[in-house]
Write a protein of this length. Structure first.
Length: 435
């Protein structure tokens, strides 16, 4: 089990096991979240910002009908992690200069050479001419590996078998493709050296020699939080513009992405999902965070929130158009009831002359109607015209009332709606008359 991911799974299970989600319980969740983020090597300041945002949002956002506080907190957690990874919008790999010079860096075995070919295939499919430069002069066989992959994907290739001077190879390779009018030049580099300092120094020199437009850090997703330290080291040699996470097809959930992103401020551009040259996908932060927090539970929850958002938009439209929905009626009735017994509410409004028993009856009705409306779906509340005979029966059964009670409520709703329409019409008329 990868440690970064298990940290976030613990946050989720703590949320799920909370009862009240009062200040004390939320604090415990936040502490767990902070631990998980710190364990993923996220910068302390960032950890504080994220947890602060989660807490503030949780205590200020409304819990929508049909959702629990736990679900709201889970959603906020999800959204803040997506934001941390750069947001919902996928990273866009731009080719806004010819040739665009891309330098791949990362340690040995992370998947640079394979990724160079994958990226070439991806870009060629989109109409760009791509050249690959074999600037890993350290590992025997690196030249041959890239040469074969280039042929397999039909990309240009430049390399000097037996060369020692990686910086020279990179510069000559770039020249070679520039003169031939290529759109993108990808430079594959070494991942191992006599020592780490030597490797980092070589990256610095290559970067100085070819002035890459984008340096891409290739990271093995199975290494977890160690990604943070690696990322920081490379970032110092050549500022990292984006990240490619490889081996996301395995059991690893790639918690290391958070560390790498946090260490460099760069975004994840692609993920590698297999050994073949076609196995490269644009990174989707939403999918990634869902994995981090444990699918498939979360997916269902997010879908429900999406649906709610759609409904809220419809409702806003209905309100703007002056339409009354059952949802509005329910809110109104709840408000009236929270003011006290109906008889005293009416008294406050100067309506104390009601015949005895009427207020009590009204109160009983309100109580019954609220129970009935609790058995309706949000779609039904928003759009009562869809409530047919079958739905009436289901709602009656669900609320322990009779179909007749449900129909009475619907009739009352229609009367109210009509009344509202007349009111707004006469208001318009009055306005028209200059009032
Ligand atoms: N399953 C899987 N294997 C990968 C992926 N990317 C690279 N590899 C494998 O990882 C190993 C090292 O890849 P290589 O490109 O030589 O790494 P380099 O040393 O950084 O250049 C090879 O066996 C690749 O086939 C991936 O996305 N999924
Ligand atoms: Mg390699």
């Amino acid at each position: 089990m990868e440690e970064t991911r298990s940290g976030f799974l613990r946050v989720v299970s703590r949320i799920k096991n909370s009862v009240l989600l009062d200040k004390k319980e939320v604090d415990a969740v936040i502490r767990e979240l902070q631990r998980a983020l710190l364990r993923a090597d996220v910068d302390v300041k960032l950890v504080f910002q994220v947890s602060q945002r989660v807490r503030e949002r949780f205590f200020s956002e409304k819990v929508p009908p049909g959702f629990s506080k736990r679900e709201v907190l889970l959603k906020i957690l999800y959204e803040e992690l997506v934001r941390l990874l750069g947001g919902e919008e996928p990273y866009e790999f731009r080719v806004d200069k010819r040739p665009k010079v891309v330098m791949l860096v990362g340690i040995q075995g992370s998947g640079k050479t394979t990724t160079a070919a994958k990226l070439a295939a991806y870009l060629q499919k989109r109409g760009f001419r791509v050249g690959l430069v074999a600037a890993d002069t350290y590992r025997p066989g690196a030249y041959e590996q890239l040469k074969q992959l280039s042929e397999a994907v039909g990309a240009g290739f430049y390399g000097e078998p037996g060369a020692r001077d990686a910086v020279g190879v990179a510069r000559r390779g770039l020249d070679y493709f520039r003169r031939r009018g290529y759109d993108v030049v990808i430079i594959d580099t070494a991942g191992r050296h006599k020592d780490e300092a030597g490797l980092i120094e070589e990256m610095r020199e290559i970067a100085a020699g070819v002035k890459p437009d984008e340096t891409i850090l290739v990271i093995d997703s199975t290494i977890g939080k160690a990604a943070g330290r690696q990322a920081a080291a490379f970032h110092e040699a050549a500022p990292i513009g984006s990240i490619i996470l490889t081996k996301m097809d395995g059991s690893a959930k790639g918690g290391g992405a958070l560390s790498a992103v946090a260490a460099t401020g760069a975004r994840v551009a692609f993920i590698g999902v297999g050994e073949k040259v076609g196995d490269l996908r644009p990174f989707d932060a939403r999918e990634y965070v869902s994995r981090l927090l444990g699918m498939p539970d979360l997916r269902g929850l997010l879908e429900r929130f999406d649906k709610l958002e759609r409904i809220e938009r419809e409702r806003a439209k209905a309100i703007a158009a002056g339409k009354l929905t059952l949802l509005d009626l329910r809110d109104q009735l709840k408000r009236v009831r929270s003011m006290g017994p109906l008889s005293s509410v009416l008294e406050m409004l100067g309506g104390s002359a009601l015949p005895p028993g009427v207020a009590e009856q009204g109160e009983k009705n309100i109580r019954k109607w609220l129970v009935i409306m609790d058995s309706m779906t949000v779609e039904e509340l928003l759009n009562p015209s869809i409530i047919d005979r079958h739905r009436v029966e289901r709602i009656a059964r669900g609320s322990g009332t009779t179909p007749r009670d449900v129909r009475e409520l619907l009739a009352a709703y229609k009367r109210t709606k009509k009344l509202m329409r007349q009111l707004s019409k006469s208001r318009r008329k009055l306005r028209g008359l200059g009032f």
